[in-house]
Write a protein that binds this ligand. Structure first.
Ligand SMILES: [Zn+2]
Length: 203
């Protein structure tokens, strides 16, 4: 699965990502716990969908959206890691750019959705160069693999809510965290979050 980058445990001392995981675990039990937020967005989609196929389509759309979004989080957090002194202005600028960013991601998501639902065919669009990143989803869509999409959705949403929390709540108030935002740590953190979700869903 290319959307979830698996990296070796050996790359970094475990302590760093465990410290980031502590941030996550500290929220457990509160309404702001990212897994709880993910569950509630899942339930909303479930209530909206009129069939399982429609629900899978909604899940897939959000999966593609949040995996594209994740790249932006990685970039901004890595930039903060390199420039901790200007962390707050960087967060503010990122926040101001939100609607432009979401528009770009939404357009790209739509192109990828068309590509996946046409079994990997695209007559040509602005995002053909990146279809490769979502190619793995075609087979699961063809199989209508509900369990696969629920797991990936919950994983990606949990990661997204955690990154939001890290960027908007933790970094501006506790800049000490900037030194943990090394790219390798973030990738490991994402993987740990994903593993947590898999365990929680009992997979
Ligand atoms: Zn295309």
């Amino acid at each position: 699965m290319t959307l979830i980058k698996k990296i070796s445990d050996k790359i970094l001392p475990k302590k760093d990502s465990r410290d980031l995981m502590k941030l996550f675990y500290d929220l457990e039990g509160s309404p702001e716990f990212p897994f709880t937020l993910a569950l509630s967005t899942f339930e909303k989609l479930e209530a909206q969908a009129t069939s399982q196929k429609e629900l899978i389509e909604y899940l897939m759309e959000d999966i593609v959206f949040s995996s594209l979004y994740a790249t932006f989080y990685e970039e901004i957090l890595a930039t903060i890691y390199q420039n901790p002194d200007v962390a707050v202005p960087l967060v503010n600028r990122f926040s101001e750019d939100q609607s432009t960013r979401e528009q770009i991601i939404a357009e790209q998501t739509q192109s990828h959705m068309n590509y996946i639902m046409a079994q990997g065919k695209c007559p040509g669009c602005a995002h053909c160069d990146n279809h490769q990143d979502v190619k793995d989803l075609i087979q699961y869509w063809a199989k209508q693999d509900f369990k696969f999409f629920v797991t990936l959705y919950m994983g990606m949403q949990t990661i997204q809510f955690t990154m939001e929390y890290l960027l908007y709540d933790v970094v501006p108030t506790c800049q000490d965290y900037s030194r943990w935002l090394k790219r390798e740590n973030l990738l490991k953190f994402r993987q740990n979050l994903y593993d947590f979700v898999e365990q929680k869903l009992n997979i």
